[in-house]
Design a protein around this ligand. Structure first.
Ligand code: F6R
Length: 619
């Protein structure tokens, strides 16, 4: 939700424009309603901003170039207050000649009251944003203090809500000041130059040395170094770390879109997430799991909190973790969790799942869980982000940077990490219902090759999608772990192809949704393995017959060798055989490819679907 980048380099470098534009390109996935930047030149601040994608800003800069400068800030926006117009785009400027420029990610909740105050003082506003209020406050504070860091400290203590702010002032041409509360900001450490970004992608082309900032901190960067203080002025060190991936990982690598690349990276995402989780004897060893074994042995309930795709990973995990540990697992949408007085206590383990580690709804759920005394574990893909930092323990997924707005490889990595967590708990508690954690881990290690086989056999799925560009509605059915897979298939199609799509539990069909079936209605059915218990496979085959009898066009995802589905399927998409609980890691892949291809067939922007943004940092 909004991408922010800041740069300060040597007086002579003049590369601030290049660095900030490159950073904005890498952060555009966070928001693409408008983009803008401000440079601190020898003649004061020069800025440009445009509604729409970054390409509009590029065109504007080509038409009227800005002077070279050693210092700059930039912003790519996901609109909250005020529509996506040029005027509402960031940066916002304030002070005489607009000598101060500010960019912001988040929401200033008390901006109305502050704006009233400023209006009464005669301040004129040029936008509808909450951000412009902060720009004026900061400019006034700078006029009093002649110190951008001091001014920032004064102003942040007046603000309520969530924010990352970056500011530059013409009177401090070699400084960028940033502040964060409930919103992400990392520092990139270079040689004679330093960077700020909403995430490390902003500066990964220049340095892999990064510094994590804590909650409620202000950072000042200059070419020579950085300085961190808390909002109350107490100096702080920040926490330095090395980014484990490089710029190439954040490029398209020969694929047409990031999403296509990320779908093809899934075998690696799963393999890397499994890496290093076992010792030589095959026992699970989770170094990051700093909650005591005794505490984990005595938990009586697990609550998984997450949103969107991550919540479907949580739903898949519920089946496996309950099966292996016999501990009851609830899965809750994070934004519902804290508003319904959940029954959580010191013997509850709350597991949050989040790719970005910055989703505000999930962060708030984790904080609420902690207030209630629960132990908290974060399953997260982003090192140093807020949710893992605030959780008692973290299990990182190692999917690498996910840049396409719609999540794919992170989903598979999230399922994998929650399975590792479930098996670890089972190992501690001596439960696995028949199979040892080591046996299941061994089978998991074989899954990346199977995902690759699925990817290698996707031609028919692509053909089916290419002929469906005019389709108005698609239904997805699944049962057991196939149910969340169906939900995920529907979500992918909604967000990528803007087609009405619904995922149902196949058993629910007869309780209402079957009324939607009319001749020609495309229905994907995720069929459980014939090895599934309780005759589940046969029941889903019956569901296929029921909808086929009413004219549905059935596209069936079934295991290799499953012949029972053939008479009732218009299309059969095959996945390799695997244990029923591991099947989601395979069956979701054709649904991702289908959504990608249908979106492409409709000529839509696969990586940046309309109205969306990655990292939803507002509630
Ligand atoms: C859908 C998608 C979203 C995210 C959700 C949570 O493709 O990407 O539904 O899964 O916004 O995001 P994270 O995992 O960053 O907390």
């Amino acid at each position: 939700m909004c991408g922010i980048v800041g740069y300060v380099g040597p007086e002579t470098s003049g590369r601030a424009l290049e660095v900030v534009m490159e950073g904005l390109g890498r952060l555009e996935y966070r928001g693409y309603d408008s983009a803008g930047l401000a440079l601190v030149t020898a003649d004061g601040i020069a800025s440009e901003k445009r509604a729409g994608k970054l390409s509009n800003l590029k065109e504007a800069l080509e038409a009227s170039p800005v002077p070279e400068a050693p210092t700059a800030i930039g912003h790519t926006r996901w609109a909250t207050h005020g529509g996506p117009t040029d005027a509402n785009a960031h940066p916002h400027r304030a002070g005489g000649d607009g000598r101060l420029a500010l960019v912001h990610n988040g929401i200033i909740e008390n901006f109305h009251a502050l704006k009233e105050r400023l209006l009464a003082e005669g301040v004129a506003f040029t936008s509808e944003t909450d951000t412009e209020v902060v720009a004026h406050l900061l400019s006034q504070a700078f006029d009093r203090t002649s110190d951008l860091t001091g001014a920032m400290q004064e102003v942040v203590n007046e603000l309520h809500g969530a924010f990352t702010l970056l500011a530059v002032h013409a009177d401090e041409p070699h400084t960028v000041v940033g502040a964060r509360r409930n919103s992400p900001l990392v520092v990139g450490l270079g040689e004679g130059e330093n960077y700020l970004g909403s995430d490390v992608a902003a500066f990964i082309g220049h340095t892999r040395h990064a510094l994590e900032l804590g909650q409620d901190q202000i950072v000042t960067i200059t070419p020579e170094g950085y300085h961190v203080i808390d909002f109350d002025g107490t100096p702080s060190d920040g926490k330095a770390y090395e980014v484990t991936w490089d710029a190439a990982a954040a490029e398209k690598g020969g694929y047409a879109t990031y999403m296509e690349k990320e779908i093809h990276e899934q075998p690696h995402a799963v393999a890397d997430t499994l890496l290093g989780r076992t010792d030589a004897s095959g026992r699970l060893v989770l170094d990051e799991m700093v909650i005591s074994e005794d505490d984990l042995r005595t938990i009586t309930k697990i609550v998984i909190v997450a949103c969107g795709t991550a919540s479907y990973a949580g739903m898949v995990a519920k089946y496996a973790i309950e099966r292996w540990t016999r501990v009851p697992v609830e899965v809750e949408l994070a934004h519902e969790f804290r508003y319904r007085d959940p029954v959580v206590d010191t013997r509850t383990l709350v597991v949050s799942i989040s790719q970005s580690g910055e989703t505000m709804d999930t962060l708030m759920a984790v904080r609420h869980a902690k207030e209630l005394g629960a132990k908290t574990v974060s399953i997260c893909n982003t090192h140093g982000s807020t949710i893992p930092r605030e959780s008692d323990a973290v299990l990182y997924t190692h999917a690498g940077p996910e840049i396409a707005v719609a999540s794919t490889k992170a989903f598979l990595a999230q399922i994998t990490a929650s399975y590792v967590l479930g098996l670890y708990l089972a190992q501690l508690r001596g439960e696995t219902y028949g199979r040892s954690p080591a046996e299941i881990m061994a089978e998991l290690h074989g899954v990346p090759d199977k995902i690759q086989q699925v990817l290698d056999g996707m031609n028919r799925v692509k053909e089916i999608a290419s002929f469906m560009a005019d389709t108005r509605s698609v239904l997805f059915l699944g049962r057991h772990v196939g149910y969340p897979v169906a939900m995920e298939g529907a979500l992918k199609l909604k967000e990528l192809a803007y087609i009405h799509a619904e995922g149902f539990a196949a058993g629910e069909l007869k309780h209402g949704p079957i009324a939607l079936i009319e001749p020609g209605q495309p229905v994907f059915v995720v069929v459980p393995s014939p090895d599934s218990e309780h005759g589940l496979h046969g029941k889903v085959v019956s569901n296929i017959q029921e909808i086929r009898a009413r004219g549905a066009r059935t596209i069936v995802i079934a295991e290799e060798g499953d012949q029972d589905v053939v008479p009732f399927a218009d299309e059969v998409i095959r996945v390799p055989r695997t244990s029923p609980l591991l099947a989601p890691l395979l069956t979701v892949v054709p649904l991702q490819v289908f959504a990608l291809q249908l979106s492409t067939a409709k000529g839509l922007d696969v990586d940046q679907p309309r109205n969306l943004a990655k990292s939803v940092t507002v509630e």
